[in-house]
Design a protein. Structure first.
Length: 194
């Protein structure tokens, strides 16, 4: 399932483990056709996924408790100003346009901890629970604990994600608008400066 991790019932990782959270998340995404994520909030600046990572993913459903438009707009503009991270804004906008990325808000969701369910053509096969972080090095003292579970745990988490998803509100169009606006603003800014 994930290179370097034994296929036990569950695997505990922290910010010192190799593979770390980002390694495990990306390896699981690359083997999935469907990814269902439930996080309290998304920090766009820390989501480190490339087009190659998401190549096999047909559906990426992201649930958030809160989505602050002003914060998302500021982060999108900040990312666009960083040549290394700038492609992420366009990638997420295109995924939204193609219907491969959906974002819903569930202000009363109240799940704990954050979790992501990874499914292949046969259904849910893994769930990663705990603090979702991509930063290296981890920006706090830690520990940043996460667990990777398989089989029955993945099916349970997929059912629970589906329940919250069904009651959540679609915020995809608003997210798309913010990302598109950030792209337009950064394309215009250099010309305006000259």
């Amino acid at each position: 399932m994930v290179p370097g991790l034994a296929s036990a019932d569950a695997v505990l990782i922290d910010e010192r483990t190799r593979p770390d959270f980002r390694d495990v998340f990306v390896a699981a995404v690359r083997r999935s056709v469907d990814v269902a994520v439930a996080v309290h909030r998304v920090r766009l600046s820390t989501v480190d996924l490339s087009e190659d990572d998401l190549e096999s993913v047909e559906s990426l459903r992201v649930l958030v408790v809160e989505l602050n438009a002003l914060t998302l707009d500021a982060e999108a503009r900040l990312i666009r100003a960083d040549p290394r991270r700038a492609p992420r804004v366009g990638l997420f906008r295109r995924l939204l346009e193609r219907g491969r990325l959906e974002v819903r808000s569930a202000p009363l969701g109240g799940w704990c901890p954050d979790f992501s369910v990874f499914s292949d053509a046969d259904g849910p096969r893994a769930v990663l629970t705990g603090k979702h972080w991509f930063e290296r090095p981890y920006p706090h003292r830690g520990p940043a604990l996460a667990t990777l579970h398989f089989a029955d745990a993945a099916r349970l988490a997929a059912r629970r994600h589906g329940e919250v998803w069904a009651a959540a509100h679609d915020v995809g169009p608003a997210v798309w608008s913010i990302l598109a606006k950030a792209e337009r603003a950064t394309r215009v800014a250099p010309a305006a400066a000259g």
